[in-house]
Structure formats: C-alpha cells, structure tokens
Design a protein around this ligand. Structure first.
Ligand SMILES: C[S@@+](CC[C@H](N)C(=O)[O-])C[C@H]1O[C@@H](n2cnc3c(N)ncnc32)[C@H](O)[C@@H]1O
Length: 278
C-alpha cells in the first residue's frame, strides 16, 4: 500500500486533466468527501451539533477547505500554507466557479501554521501527514499549542498518521490511475533520527513521460503514542485513534475508520488521531 489514503477502486474521472502536479496529486492522494464525512460524524458524536468552521493547516492547494465551503452553505474555511504557488493554484482551480457567497466563506492565508491566528474555529485538520515536517518534539508541541489556541471550546483537532514496518522500508510503489501512474518513493530512512526522505513521481502509463520528484518530503516518522502524548500535554482531552479496517480479500485498507485502543500489527496502516478541546 502506498502512502495514500485514497483507494484506487474509487471513482475515476476521464483523463482530461493536463499533466499538472497539483491536479495529479489531488486525484491520486486526496479524498476530501471522505474526510468531511469523518469530521462531521466525529464532531457530532462529541458535541451533538454540526461543525461549520474549519481550518486546513498545511493546506497546499486547499482542496479540502474548498470542498468544505461547497459542502454546506453555512460552512466557512481557512487554509494556511507557507508556499504561495499551491495556494494560487488552489484559488484558480479548486475555488474556480465559486459564487460570491462561497468566495466570501473561503480565506487562504500565506503564512506559518505556528503564527497565523484568526477567530476560533470548530475544527482544525492537518492531513496527509503534513505535520511530519516538524522534526522535533518542541516544534510539534509549539504547533499543537497553536492549534489548541485557534480552536474554540468544543473543538476538534484531526490529524492523520501512517506507519507499520513497511513505512521504514526503502520502497518505490506504483499505483495506476486513469491516464497516469502515481509513484510513492520512500528513498531514505534513518532509524536513529526516525527521519525519512520521500518523493512523489508521476508518469504516463506509456512510460514516455515521467515527472520526477514532483513533490519531496523530509519528514520525521512520528508514532501514534508520541503524537497522543504531545496532544495531551498541550491540553487536548481526551485523544482518540480511529483505525482503518482491512479488506479481507485484498488485505488493503477498506476506508472505514473505527475508534480503537489496540490494533493488529499490519505491514502498513493509516489512522486518524483526534484531539478534543472541551
Ligand atoms: C504534504 S503537503 C500538504 C498536503 C495537504 N495538506 C494534503 O492533505 O494533501 C505539505 C504542505 O505544508 C506546507 N508547509 C510546510 N511547513 C509549513 C508551515 N510551517 N506552515 C504552513 N505550511 C507549511 C508546504 O508548503 C506544503 O504545501
């Protein structure tokens, strides 16, 4: 399994997109509808209401933030990223066709997730393991403290996490999509530092064109316990783990996440970690 929450059996669109790294990334890796369903259900289970304000940290092209705004007329989203390029791409593509109300309910901010403050929100997300770029415990604690401060009372902080023995192996795994291949490349792993260097490459199925190192990541591979302990330390209580089930036939993840305190060891796994601010 690659480092992608998205299952390849999901709906595919015809191959009309240009060979553009942000478009290909979204098709290969992201599934905002599933994330939003998870967020709405988990929030309602805790607070008995529907959340309407969401901040997407490390948002890149803000795919989730844009889908959040479209999902409900009462929804408002903030997206925060250091890099102006994906933000501009997201504004031009993911927010293309927004009406006046939708545009007014989306705010994309070029800035550091540690520094950007605004009105408190119901939900903050950091998805596709983006916080793995924070390589020390003190940086992680600074980020979690900032997230805690940006949530209102009765708020959820939702992170995803991946691991398992395969996460530490130097593997290059190709997933076929309509019109392109997605290649997840775990290129380096340092077991002392728990540091990994990974790349995403895209290629045409013909093999004629390859977009090498379209995205590069220098990450610390955090564990669930480390993340939960850090969340607790800054005030989130309780913290929860939603573990993905496995399809019997294929052994692949099934996209169904359930609240667990213990799990079976598998070669690779994905989970959501949720911190609750009372
Ligand atoms: C893995 S990508 C984002 C993926 C996206 N969240 C998703 O769900 O697919 C990581 C992004 O984090 C951004 N980034 C890294 N450090 C940041 C920071 N301290 N503050 C804001 N953005 C940051 C990078 O510019 C990059 O666009």
């Amino acid at each position: 399994m690659g480092r992608s929450k998205k299952r390849t059996k999901g709906k595919q669109r015809p191959d009309k997109l240009p060979f553009d790294k942000y478009a290909l990334y979204q098709r290969a890796v992201q599934e905002p509808e599933a994330d939003i369903e998870f967020i709405d259900e988990t929030f309602a289970a805790h607070f008995d209401r529907t959340p309407h304000t969401l901040r997407e940290d490390f948002c890149a092209a803000a795919y989730l933030a844009c889908e959040w705004v479209k999902h409900d007329d009462a929804n408002r989203a903030w997206g925060v990223d250091l890099d102006p390029e994906p933000l501009a791409w997201g504004q031009a593509n993911n927010a293309a066709g927004f009406d006046e109300s939708q545009s007014e309910r989306l705010t994309l901010i070029e800035g550091d997730v540690l520094d950007v403050r605004h009105d408190p929100v119901d939900v903050i997300v950091a998805f596709n393991f983006s916080y793995y770029c924070l390589q020390t415990r003190s940086e992680l604690l600074r980020y979690f403290t900032a997230a805690y401060g940006n949530l209102g009372p009765g708020g959820l902080f939702v992170l995803d996490i991946y691991g398992g023995p395969e996460a530490q192996e130097l593997v290059e795994e190709t997933t076929e999509h309509d019109g392109f291949n997605y290649v997840w490349d775990q290129d380096e792993f340092d077991p002392i530092q728990s540091r990994m260097v990974c790349y995403i490459h895209f290629e045409k199925p013909s093999g004629k064109k390859r977009m090498k190192r379209a995205f590069a990541y220098d990450w610390r591979l955090w564990t669930i316990l480390e993340v939960r302990e850090a969340l607790s330390e800054v005030g989130f209580a309780p913290t929860e783990v939603y573990w993905e089930g496995t399809e019997e036939k294929t052994g692949e993840g099934d996209g169904v996440f359930t609240l667990e305190e213990s799990a079976e060891n598998t070669e690779s796994w994905i989970a959501y970690i949720v911190g609750i601010k009372q």
